[in-house]
Design a protein around this ligand. Structure first.
Ligand code: NAD
Ligand code: ZN
Length: 355
């Protein structure tokens, strides 16, 4: 098969590689029908995630059809259309029993496109299939479903739920990339008083407004002043960091009110200063987290009911074999206006219709 293989920082290619095979009785092999590129993949290519070994197929979000299952897989069968979660789960370890799948000790957690071959490929082996793929409702399209593999549960769980967003809150989302936009869209469901989006790119701020932000501010133009003005000088109830940079984390800690919360979502590759000399007196809560995807079944039901505003997040679609082009477009988002790029989909349907 062909797949997007990582060869070390700055180097990756769409190339021929071995087909995945069942290696455990709980594995499934899935044919990839739709797959996306994540901001985290860009971090990997920059060298921010050193545990990714050269030779690894990247990607941790996809929709596809199960083609083969190990003898102990119970919940899906060949022919089933499934969402591949960015988090795999053994379902048995202490963390899985507490729905903290991201921390799974039984061979799950974030493994796809990280510690084992991922989804930016024609086929992928998914370990612990029973707890790692979700059968898809027929009325949720591939393009909407693939957003539920990572960005929606991430924005919702690591952003809103960790940040304990409550009705009437002022929520600031710093970084309006796909994850920040998903955080904005899902924050709306929790009835905040207002959502403020901060980004460096004008195109992203426009997208933030469409996703539901009430006010937007360019990072270079004193967003802290805007948040102070909107909140009678107090600051935000919740600041969600969705960039993964020292300056944006620090900005979040400056923007929250006394008693407020900072929910860090961004993947950090560099040390960040925690200004306890300012924060010790402010009764603040700072959370960090890898997404668990425990909310995926809920989000899927909401998508099927038309209650999840995913429209507008996918800006570009490509056939699978134009992976490099998709990466280039996604990495130059400020110029290309890309939000989420999706590969596969229609091409696959055409191929099948004529087969
Ligand atoms: P992205 O790179 O597409 O988006 C980041 C956004 O931040 C962009 O719109 C960019 O313009 C903006 N930005 C950059 N520098 C900025 C600054 N100084 N001030 C304000 N905005 C700035 O990434 P994404 O896919 O949206 O993901 C966001 C972050 O979340 C990444 O760090 C990603 O690795 C991380 N992530 C974390 C988890 C988790 O489980 N914790 C899961 C998925 C993604
Ligand atoms: Zn586990």
């Amino acid at each position: 098969m062909r797949a997007y293989v990582f060869h070390g920082p700055g180097e990756a290619a769409w190339e021929e590689t071995a087909d995945p095979v069942l290696s455990d009785s709980t594995d499934a092999i899935v044919r990839v029908d739709a797959v996306t590129v994540c901001g985290t993949d860009l971090h990997i290519l920059k060298g921010d995630v050193p545990e990714v070994r050269p030779g690894t197929v990247l990607g941790h979000e996809a929709v596809g059809e199960v083609v083969e299952t190990g003898r102990d897989v119970r919940s899906v069968r060949p022919g089933d259309r499934v969402l591949i979660s960015c988090i795999s789960a053994c379902g048995r370890c202490r963390y899985c029993r507490e729905a903290m799948y991201g921390q799974c000790r039984g061979g799950g957690g974030w493994v796809l496109g990280h510690l084992i071959d991922g989804t930016q490929a024609e086929y992928v082996r998914v370990p612990h299939a029973d707890f790692s793929v979700h059968p898809l409702p027929a009325n949720v399209t591939d393009q909407d479903a693939v957003l539920l593999a990572d960005i929606f549960p991430t924005g919702y769980e690591v952003g809103e739920l960790n940040g304990r967003v409550r009705p009437g809150d002022t929520v600031v989302v710093v970084g309006a990339g796909p994850v920040g936009l998903a955080a904005i869209a899902t924050a709306r469901l929790l009835a905040p008083e207002r959502i403020v989006a901060v980004d460096v790119a004008t195109a992203r701020l426009d997208a933030a407004r469409k996703a539901g932000a009430d006010a937007v501010a360019a990072a270079q133009e004193s967003p802290e002043q805007l948040v102070a003005d909107l909140t009678e000088g107090l600051g935000a109830d919740v600041a969600i960091e969705a960039v993964g940079a020292p300056e944006t984390f620090e900005m979040c800690t400056r923007m929250m009110r006394p008693g407020g919360r900072v929910a860090n979502v961004g993947v950090h590759g560099k040390p960040v200063t925690l200004h306890l000399e300012d924060l010790w007196i402010k009764n603040v809560t700072i959370t960090t987290g890898l997404v668990d995807t425990h909310s995926t079944p809920t989000l899927l039901r909401m998508a099927a009911a038309g209650r999840l505003p995913a429209a507008g997040l996918v800006t570009h679609t490509f056939p699978l074999d134009r992976m490099q082009e998709a990466y280039d477009v996604f990495a130059r988002a400020a110029d290309t206006g890309a939000r989420k790029v999706v590969l596969g989909g229609p091409r696959r349907e055409v191929v099948e219709a004529t087969a």
